[in-house]
Design a protein around this ligand. Sequence first.
Ligand SMILES: *Cc1c(COP(=O)(O)O)cnc(C)c1O
Length: 406
Amino acid sequence: MDFEAFFEDRLANLKEEGNYRVFTDIERHKGSFPAATRHHDGDTHDVTVWCSNDYLGMGQHAVVLKAMHEALDRCGAGAGGTRNISGTNHYHVLLERELADLHDKESALLFTSGYVSNWAALSTLAAKIPGCIVLSDALNHASMIEGIRHSKAEKHIWAHNDPEDLDRRLSAMDPDRPKLIAFESVYSMDGDIAPIAEICDVADKHGAMTYLDEVHAVGLYGPRGGGIAERDGLMDRLTVIEGTLGKAYGVLGGYIAASTALCDFIRSFASGFIFTTALPPAVAAGACAAVKHLKSSELERSRQQRNVRVVRQRLADIGIPTLDNPSHIVPVMVGDPVKCKEISDWLMANHGIYVQPINYPTVPKGTERLRITPSPVHSDEDIERLIVALSDIWSQCALHRKYDVA
Ligand SMILES: *Cc1c(COP(=O)(O)O)cnc(C)c1O
């Protein structure tokens, strides 16, 4: 077989469909996010980032950077091993305590990313609990899907955010089989929020475990940043809460929070936890500082929510269609992969505005979009420049405008 020709052929297909991914090469500027420098064709340009998952700008926050500098100076660069073989640094232990407290659980367990935490925890639970059936929301993240698939457990997909469908499916199952319900709180591409209480009611009725991915909610919702489950007073109803340290907390890493026995079980049996080098101590220290800070500071959250409201309102004023949702994610719907990328390229070239096009397979074909994430570090001038630029391209491409008639 001509391997090279095979690779090139498949890539050519992607390009034809408009689904080939081009990475934007940027240097983020600490102290002036969302400003960054873009490297392109041997040149550099100033850009404003409008699509970051560093939702609160914690990646440049002084308390986070100070904690990272201190840990780097105390402990050096890497952890030096897996958690089991010399790699458990005191900063990991402190961070796990901080996370258990955040979610009011007995324990927490760190992973090298949110992806790995979902993959490892779900694959281990579903594979090791004898006869386990997994019930997975139709729009779950790839990391959950892959973990469930890897477990080889029986899997049923229930209609997105639909507790009645979940209940119907559970009612048809053998009541004696163990069951695990996996879902998210804030869905990252549509920004909609799961009816957690109703899903927990259904879980209780059928004696099922619940596993909630709060990756797009931790740090952002709840009085201490514990997520939607904290905001709604539901944390004790969830068996496992999973989160990331790489989005609102601005650093890197993932975790689960649950009972001591469950965390110890994953610690003891999950390959994706056991056989990999622990996070660098400075990373754990920075994440710990971010979690701690956002437990007591409302400033970042309230400023972010204010900017989300302003961006939504300004877009509505000029008739640019966004997907309505109750979260901090503002999807501007385009509905065509080629056009979506063209708009993104044009915003970058003409206005230095960076919004990555979101195409298949991240979202279904026909729902291609620009996913805008306003943060507390965007200024009112940044917002105005975004609005002017979008209005301009909407006119140039004669794209559909939609005005709410009062
Ligand atoms: C980003 C994401 C993850 C993975 O988290 P990382 O820390 O980036 O690996 C997990 N779940 C959802 C819903 C995500 O969007």
